[in-house]
Write a protein that binds this ligand. Structure first.
Ligand SMILES: [Fe+2]
Length: 325
């Protein structure tokens, strides 16, 4: 083949094809969408699920960011006993989500810029109660100008084989003193037009003091936001939350969820039953229940005018932003 033939049969058709592709790309706006896709995968992206809640009598909007399940797993020689466990969990998060501590830091930078009226940390900020993880969480929370509230998840004070044990409660729970000032497992944060009920339901049950707290809230008559780590199984209507949690976490031998609180899941005891009944009351005070634990975003009705929202985990850069108006 001569040079002239080659030009005619190979090079010119290739050039023509490239020109056609460019025309098509411009016509269908493909370059722009491709860039958007790259943007969507940016290293700094945070997924924000927005929730708007009407609060009677509220004059100014009030914003809350809810963050759960950062699962920081840093460890040094101060916690040599659990170093192997932490290192292997660290590698898992590094492999699956490019690092839980990096993603938590990105989330916190975002929240700092947003500067909401309140930040609620909804449990499992640490994967194990190591000094290095807790110090990292303290450092990241120190970035915020917003006030914050902190509740405990089941992982926060796990320590090797110490999980839900008396030793775990006594020795490792207390490492969070600077972050979690209220130790009773139940606190009410009251504002002029609404109240927030914060529950440490780290053992899949809420503490007995919740019954008195609910009574106090009923006497005050303000609308209520509940924040806890473990979600409830809604009583209100058909829901696929059990199927969705079972897909990820596996159900028990009867096909019931092991990661939700309620009949048909982890059987609720006294105070927990009381809480579920309170949250499920039609035309009741509860307007929103925020939770984490199950590691995916989910939204369900819990009564005729309230929803439960579970947060995409912070280790995947998810948050819930609530605007009360
Ligand atoms: Fe978690």
């Amino acid at each position: 083949m001569t040079g002239k033939d080659k030009l005619k049969t190979v090079i010119l058709p290739v050039i023509a094809l490239l020109i056609m592709i460019c025309v098509l790309l411009v016509h269908f706006d493909i370059p722009k969408r491709a860039i958007n896709k790259i943007k969507a995968l940016s290293n700094k992206e945070v997924t924000v699920y927005e929730e708007k809640i009407d609060i009677e009598g509220l004059e100014e909007p009030f914003t809350i960011v809810f963050i759960a399940d950062a699962h920081i797993c840093l460890c040094d020689n101060r916690d040599a006993d659990v170093k192997d466990i932490c290192d292997s969990r660290y590698k898992e998060f590094e492999r699956d989500s490019k690092g839980s501590e990096k993603n938590f830091s990105i989330v916190m930078d975002y929240v700092k810029k947003e500067n909401p009226d309140l930040v609620i940390f909804g449990g499992d900020m640490a994967d194990e109660a190591t000094y290095a993880s807790i110090e990292y969480i303290e450092k990241e929370i120190g970035k915020l100008k917003s006030p914050y509230l902190f509740i405990m998840g089941n992982h926060d004070f796990a320590y090797g084989s110490e999980y839900f044990s008396d030793k775990a409660y006594e020795e490792y729970f207390t490492r969070y003193d600077s972050l979690n000032e209220v130790k009773e497992g139940c606190q009410i944060k009251e504002y002029d037009q609404f109240a927030i009920l914060l529950l440490d339901d780290y053992n899949n049950q809420v503490c007995d003091e919740t019954v008195d707290a609910i009574q106090t809230l009923k006497e005050k008559g303000k609308e209520v936001i509940i924040a806890e780590h473990v979600p409830i199984l809604p009583l209100y209507e058909e829901t696929d939350i059990v199927e969705r949690t079972n897909e990820i976490w596996g159900g028990d031998e009867y096909g019931q969820s092991r990661v939700l609180m309620g009949d048909g899941a982890v059987y609720p005891k006294g105070a927990t039953n009381h809480l579920i009944a309170f949250a499920s009351e039609d035309d009741g005070l509860v307007k929103l229940l925020l939770a984490g634990h199950i590691h995916f975003y989910h939204r369900d009705k819990i009564n005729n005018n309230a929803v439960q929202v579970t947060a995409k985990p912070a280790f995947e850069r998810g948050i819930v932003k609530v605007t009360l108006y």
